[in-house]
Design a binder for this molecule. Structure first.
Ligand code: SF4
Ligand code: SF4
Ligand SMILES: [Zn+2]
Length: 159
């Protein structure tokens, strides 16, 4: 089954890199909205990304004043970086979702956002279609692997 395919260029925008280092383009809620997947019988909350939605991601909720008030673009600008909450989030994502917010942030700090976006394209582009990005929450390409996901809505990285 095919869905509307978004190009990497469209997906890999700087504004989709959240202050906590998450790449919202890889998030299931973002990809669901992009491809309007709920029309296939899912009932997931859509999200346009942390910055585009004008609110903090649920990840950090309202637990950090600096993020809540938009006082830092990225967490590495904060004197507490990486704080306890960010470390906990990072651990969860490293363990379950194959990405590290802290690594992302360190890379952006040291090499710039553009270099980071290039790397992300290489790392997450689906090898089958060569255009859509793999979702970090399940390891699937919602263009190529939609049938797998329809069959098992809890599918996660082959587990
Ligand atoms: S739910 Fe969070 S990680 Fe996902 S797109 Fe929205 S802000 Fe980004
Ligand atoms: S590193 Fe700083 S800005 Fe980021 S969540 Fe922690 S306290 Fe907030
Ligand atoms: Zn694909």
């Amino acid at each position: 089954m095919q869905t509307t395919q978004s190009s990497n260029e469209a997906n890999l925008q700087g504004e989709l890199i959240a202050p906590c280092g998450m790449n919202c383009a890889l998030c299931l809620s973002y990809q669901f909205q992009q491809n309007d997947i709920n029309q296939l019988g899912f009932h997931r909350k859509y999200c346009p990304g942390c910055l585009p939605r004008g609110k903090n991601c649920l990840h950090m909720g309202d637990t950090c004043e600096l993020l809540r008030d938009g006082r830092v673009r990225f967490c590495y600008e904060c004197s507490d970086f990486p704080c306890k909450r960010l470390k906990a989030l990072d651990k969860r994502y490293r363990t379950k979702y194959h990405l590290s917010m802290i690594e992302n942030l360190t890379y952006i700090r040291d090499n710039g956002l553009e270099a980071f976006l290039n790397n992300e394209g290489q790392k997450w582009t689906c090898e089958k279609c060569g255009s859509s990005l793999i979702c970090c929450h399940n390891g699937l390409c919602l263009t190529c692997d939609l049938e797998v996901f329809l069959h098992n809505k809890k599918f996660r990285w082959g587990e």
